[in-house]
Ligand binder design. Structure first.
Ligand SMILES: *Cc1c(COP(=O)(O)O)cnc(C)c1O
Length: 388
């Protein structure tokens, strides 16, 4: 069996060996609870604080503005519900975009079921939100705007700084889910004009089950997890010390390597995009050609089902995805691709290939060699594709 070609880094990434190494003591000998008073516990506390400083440095924040969570899903839920409840007296209206991750959309819809008004702004055919649409959606009862930095399916980078400037001018809290952009493109909370930002460890070569919410100093949100006094009484629950240490190390490595890695990945990405579009007829790139993450390729291929391609590629030792990992378990078409205006058939015939640290030129060649044959074979069996 050949080495697996893993092209699903938007779904998750392997733990960096140095992050694992940093975690090991906290999984074994250094098992103390950081909330205890004796020295053994304060070693763990120091490790958590070191990690906090590293995560803060990665996004241009102060360590005191970083709150550790169980991942980006929790950070998104907390940011949205916490902000909405804290500012309920002003109004009960939130604004988000049509291409958000389900962690954001689902939370906004949860609030809607509980009496909040929700405006979902559209995107253009390239997947980009128009800041003017956000401006038009604002009312005097709007308490929160949440728009993601980079999309997990199509890799499109949204105009966060512009939307943030509008939110600030109107005095409305602004949250961004930066889970996919962190470590791939520069992310600075001040340049982006954000009040809150979600991130996850397992998308940046850290362990699963840990993430963080950045909350700008002075921004008031209610706690979401109730219990002990951890995380400045804002997020209860015993710290996931090994996870937090792993995230800290992953953040440090991301900061040191991101720009060189982005250049390398962009070259691989462009070769993959151009190779697929030239070798496979009736195929289109989803999402803006250049305002996209250095590692994201998302194409729709006429006359084939994404699921069939995934299984065929899997048989060839290549891991890719169709839509996002969360939607690939059900048969409804991706809400992101539908938001671009794609018809259902093309939304179902999509393939997402997301590159990462271990991918090589040879692996891109292998995909370009294997995929056209798979598509031809599936098209030959397809009752709907009649162009060959
Ligand atoms: C993966 C992802 C999440 C969920 O992160 P978890 O840490 O797995 O909960 C949220 N938003 C985006 C954009 C993601 O890509």
């Amino acid at each position: 069996m050949n080495k697996l070609i893993y092209l699903d880094h938007a779904a998750t990434t392997p733990v960096h060996p140095e992050a694992l190494e940093a975690m090991m003591p906290y999984l074994t000998t250094q098992f103390g609870n950081p909330s205890t008073l004796y020295a053994f516990g304060s070693n763990a506390r120091q490790a958590v604080e070191d990690a906090r400083a590293k995560v803060a440095a990665l996004i241009g924040a102060e360590p005191s503005e970083i709150y550790f969570t169980s991942g980006a899903t929790e950070a998104d839920n907390w940011a949205i519900v916490g902000a909405a409840l804290a500012h309920e007296s002003k109004g009960r209206h939130t604004i988000t975009s049509a291409v958000e991750h389900h962690a954001v959309l689902g939370t906004c819809e949860f609030l809607k079921k509980h009496g909040y008004q929700l405006t979902v702004v559209p995107v253009d055919a390239d997947g980009i939100v128009n800041p003017q649409d956000v401006l038009s959606a604002i009312t005097d009862r709007t308490v929160l705007i949440s728009v993601m930095h980079a999309n997990n399916e199509i890799g499109v980078i949204e105009p966060i700084a512009e939307i943030g400037a509008i939110a600030r001018e109107k005095g409305i809290l602004f949250h961004t889910d930066a889970t996919q952009s962190i470590g791939k493109i520069p992310v600075d909370v001040n340049e982006l004009n954000v009040d809150m930002l979600s991130l996850s460890s397992h998308k940046i070569y850290g362990p699963k089950g840990v993430g963080a919410l950045y909350v700008r100093k002075g921004v008031r949100i209610l706690p979401y997890m109730h219990g002990g006094g951890q995380e400045s009484k804002k997020r209860a629950g015993t710290h996931n010390v090994p996870g937090i240490v792993g995230l800290g190390k992953a953040a440090e490595i991301a900061q040191a390597t991101a720009s060189a890695e982005a250049a390398r990945l962009t070259a691989l990405r462009d070769r993959l995009i151009d190779g697929i579009l030239t070798r496979i007829p009736d195929c289109r790139l989803n999402g803006h050609r250049t305002k996209r993450l250095p590692n994201n390729v998302n194409v729709s291929i006429e006359g084939v089902e994404g699921e069939s391609m995934i299984l065929q590629l899997d048989a060839a030792g290549i891991c890719v995805s169709s839509g996002s990992a969360c939607t690939s378990g059900d048969l409804s078409a991706s809400h992101v691709l539908l938001a671009l205006g794609l018809p259902h058939e093309l939304a179902h015939g999509s393939l997402r290939l997301t590159l990462g640290r271990e991918n090589t030129d040879a692996e891109v060649d292998k995909v370009l060699q294997v995929l056209p044959g798979i598509v031809s074979k599936l098209r030959a069996m397809s009752p709907v594709y009649e162009k060959q």
